[in-house]
Design a protein around this ligand. Structure first.
Ligand code: ZN
Length: 168
């Protein structure tokens, strides 16, 4: 209740509701560009087309192809499929942050650690913060902070996908 006697929804709750309604890429969760008819952003669409092209080429390989070429083709296919998985992982992480019941302050701690790693290459910078974060913030507030961190690092992850696959 506020001073005028009307009940007011907590700000975090309203913000979250709006975030959940935004139209996003069905794979990576990006909301910054126009989507294709099938709901994919242009980066995910490129991955989808590439993966299906490589898959077809793999299936069409003649039996006479050399072992070397076969291995090269299989590697290309593995890379293309892993790129698709990485796109989908971003969306799954976003879904966890915005919607999943199991989300908690430990996930916010992980998000902070991811940012710390991106900024100063320290993966355990925020270890043991989860309990304090859980005391200080409601779960909705944790979700919003984790969302902002996810969003801030998405551009970086999109750019680095190929390098991430190559290092697998
Ligand atoms: Zn996408």
């Amino acid at each position: 209740m506020n001073t005028s006697g009307k009940s007011v929804q907590p700000y975090a709750e309203t913000w979250l509701k709006n975030l959940r309604q935004i139209e996003r890429c069905t794979w990576c969760g990006d909301d910054t560009e126009r989507l294709h008819k099938d709901g994919l952003c242009s980066a995910c669409k490129r991955r989808e087309v590439h993966a299906s092209t490589v898959k077809k080429a793999t299936e069409m390989m003649p039996p006479t192809v050399t072992d070397f070429d076969r291995r090269q083709q299989m590697r290309e296919l593995r890379i293309a499929e892993t790129m698709v998985d990485l796109c989908k992982q971003d969306g799954e992480e976003l879904n966890l942050i915005l919607n999943e019941e199991i989300f908690g302050s430990i996930n916010l701690e992980e998000s902070l650690n991811c940012v710390a790693y991106a900024v100063c290459h320290q993966r355990d910078f925020y270890n043991d913060y989860a309990t304090g974060l859980g005391w200080a913030l409601s779960r909705d507030q944790c979700r919003i902070l984790a969302y902002l961190l996810w969003k801030a690092t998405l551009v970086n992850r999109k750019r680095r996908r190929r390098a991430m696959v190559a290092s697998h």
